[in-house]
Design a protein around this ligand. Sequence first.
Ligand SMILES: Cc1cc2nc3c(=O)[nH]c(=O)nc-3n(C[C@H](O)[C@H](O)[C@H](O)COP(=O)(O)O)c2cc1C
Length: 367
Amino acid sequence: MTLSSSFNGLFSPVAMGALKLANRIVMAPLTRSRMGPDGVPNEMHARYYAQRASAGLIISEATNISAQGRGYALTPGIWTDEQVAGWKKVTDAVHAAGGLIVCQLWHVGRFSHVDLQPDGAAPVAPSAIRAEGQTYTENGMLDVSMPRALETSEIPGIIQQYRHAAECAQRAGFDGVEVHSANSYLLDQFLRDSTNQRNDEYGGSIENRSRLPLEVTAAVVEVWGHDRVGIRLSPVTPDAGNTPLDSQVMQTYGHLIEQLNRFQLAYMHFVEGATATSRSVPTGIDLDALRALFKGPYIGNNNYDLDLAVNRRLEGKVDAVAFGRPFIANPDLVHRLKTGAELAVAPRETYYGNGAKGYTDWPALVD
Ligand SMILES: Cc1cc2nc3c(=O)[nH]c(=O)nc-3n(C[C@H](O)[C@H](O)[C@H](O)COP(=O)(O)O)c2cc1C
């Protein structure tokens, strides 16, 4: 295998459902905490995403589907007309630059604070089990609040929040949506037995714990069609307090993935390992075996560099690779990977907040 053919493996076009990617480098979702209190994107955010439009696909930063789904200050939303109009600026700019962008639909579940919730209410969760960890509020970093368990009768309302957000994303001109079922947020909380101790049809058995992620996917597919919907999973990522994983990761996520096959989604996207931390997985867990259960395009993510991406493509383990942190300081990441150019490294202080600084001021290399 020559270097150029392996390069072709990474830089060649690929169809994921109705999404026609020009290359297999995907921009992973990155919360940058640069919105105002209304969660409305503006020209600065449009510029940031357009600068990165040479990615085969951009997955937007996690975007709140409702006021209740919000767990961090300064994050965007996709449930009001103002938010739709703001995102339209972003999608227009990305399209004008030749790119594709899907919206990552987010409900944080228990990982929130009363200050971030409508009327100071408790965050909602599968069960009243408090998460460990702190979140960013208008009053600084605070311990997340004690959640309350959702009533069974409230679940259709949660699904409706996803449906409404999916419709808003359509009006905002996105090319599709990604269901955020990763990183210990609401759908992952329902899936895992460490956070779901319900005794209704949404708790207990693996089938029951998979029900909400599947019903949400079905609702979103009804809005968008199956071929413009992807899903993100992180089977071994612990939550902020290192809460134990699901007690049967292979069985739980295996069941979910087998059930997802019936939708023929555009793609499945895994965080391989612990998100932004390590690619190692606990003994007995085989993420490639889980991935192989999915009968559709697959995006791999987490601590990739060019060599790992090329090798995993050569081995047929991934259809595309999502890069997160490298896209912060390298808006032209695709070009840099293709030419072997050195990558800039974004200091942590630039990740969140601070307006245009450390956000839209990273230069592209000029040929
Ligand atoms: C600053 C920052 C923000 C992130 N925001 C999100 C997010 O909004 N949604 C999500 O699913 N993952 C989020 N992640 C995780 C990334 O998408 C990705 O999984 C992680 O950074 C590992 O990929 P990388 O090694 O290429 O950076 C975030 C990570 C970082 C560093």
